[in-house]
Design a protein around this ligand. Structure first.
Ligand code: MG
Length: 343
């Protein structure tokens, strides 16, 4: 089998926040083959990601055997190294890699989770990411919640986060998992002040409190924090995760399979984390790509709620009563209607 075309576009997602199309731009990648099978993946990088796929990666892949996924990953990585070993080019490679895994599954007639040694019948619990306050409907459905909190610029901001966590614990109940996501917006003293304020609320993790490259800050933080530290949604490739794992800078690792280099890298990150006894909880885990890895590789699976505006990917499993179950369709089990993509 040979690759006959590699195509990327950036669909418009109805109701998505502006950054999902611009700075965080999600792209759809299709890889066509002469066997009549087309594989689909989703990567990132917006217009720049589309350019990388449609030029450098397409030139590299035309005429190649799509089933040599790991070899092709290494070649794609080296071909884009001049762009940098993290960021946009790796986000673009992620979409191609996932499309190749989709082909691998479609050709085998098996879901990707089965190719990874797992099964697809288990129901996987989901935590819901909350941008304002936890609603009664969410409490009725979910047993785990993550609060997306903002930058702290004053004592009042700091107090408001304490009040939010206090109110959320009372709303969610004593048995619910409760997490806090700072999206890289704090510094070390601020994070330590937040921890002192909220450690009484049984918080499961604090996510990305510091900028991604502040490894010294994370080292100090994990040494002092009574709350586990999570991160990795803005880290790239297994090589990028290695120092986080070896130096134990995060207790919970959160690669985004559509950004970090695709399934080929997520599998390796799971392997390294498992060997180190660390938890992996992929970013947007209830979206179909990471869900196959969670179903196959995770001893204590927990999937983050997907983004409701990822509407152009058909065939995704819906979240029912706080959990999600994969379908038995081959590959990632997704359906893309190329004739009606909103671009
Ligand atoms: Mg996050």
């Amino acid at each position: 089998m040979k690759i006959t075309d590699v195509r990327a576009i950036q669909p418009v997602a109805e109701n998505s926040p502006p950054d999902w199309r611009t700075t965080m731009g999600q792209i759809l990648v299709a890889v066509d083959t002469d066997g009549g099978v087309t594989g689909y993946g989703v990567g990132g990088g917006g217009a720049a990601g589309v350019h990388v796929v449609n030029t450098v990666l397409r030139d590299l892949l035309l005429g190649r055997n799509p089933e040599s996924v790991e070899d092709l990953w290494r070649e794609m990585y080296f071909s884009t190294l001049p762009f940098g070993c993290k960021g946009l080019a790796i986000m673009a490679i992620s979409g191609v890699d996932l499309a190749l895994w989709d082909i691998r599954g479609r050709v085998a007639g098996e879901p990707v989770a089965v190719l990874l040694g797992g099964n697809i019948g288990d129901s996987i619990p989901v935590y819901v990411t909350v941008w304002d306050t936890i609603s009664a409907a969410q409490v009725a459905e979910f047993g785990a919640f993550k609060l997306h909190v903002k930058r702290i610029e004053s004592d009042e901001d700091l107090r408001s986060i304490g009040e939010l966590v206090d109110a959320s614990r009372r709303t969610a109940g004593p048995d619910a998992k409760l997490m806090v996501d700072a999206w890289m917006q704090w510094d070390l003293p601020t994070t330590l002040a937040v921890i002192r304020m909220i450690e009484q609320y049984d918080v499961t993790w604090i996510e990305e409190p510091l900028p991604v490259d502040d490894l010294a800050g994370y080292e100090t933080l994990v040494g002092q924090s009574k709350i586990p530290i999570a991160g990795g949604e803005h880290e790239f490739t297994a090589a990028g995760f290695r120092p986080l794992i070896e130096r134990r800078l995060h207790q919970v690792l959160q690669p985004d399979v559509c950004w970090c280099g695709g399934m080929t890298q997520l599998v390796e990150i799971y392997r390294m984390a498992s060997a180190a006894g660390l938890q992996v909880c992929p970013h947007r885990g209830a979206e179909v790509w990471a869900l196959h890895a969670i179903a196959a590789l995770d001893q204590n699976p927990l999937a983050e709620s997907g983004r409701p505006w990822m509407t152009w990917v058909g065939g995704q499993s819906s979240i029912e009563q706080g959990s999600v179950t994969l379908s038995d369709a081959p590959g990632f089990g997704i359906v893309i209607d190329e004739t009606s993509l909103p671009v």
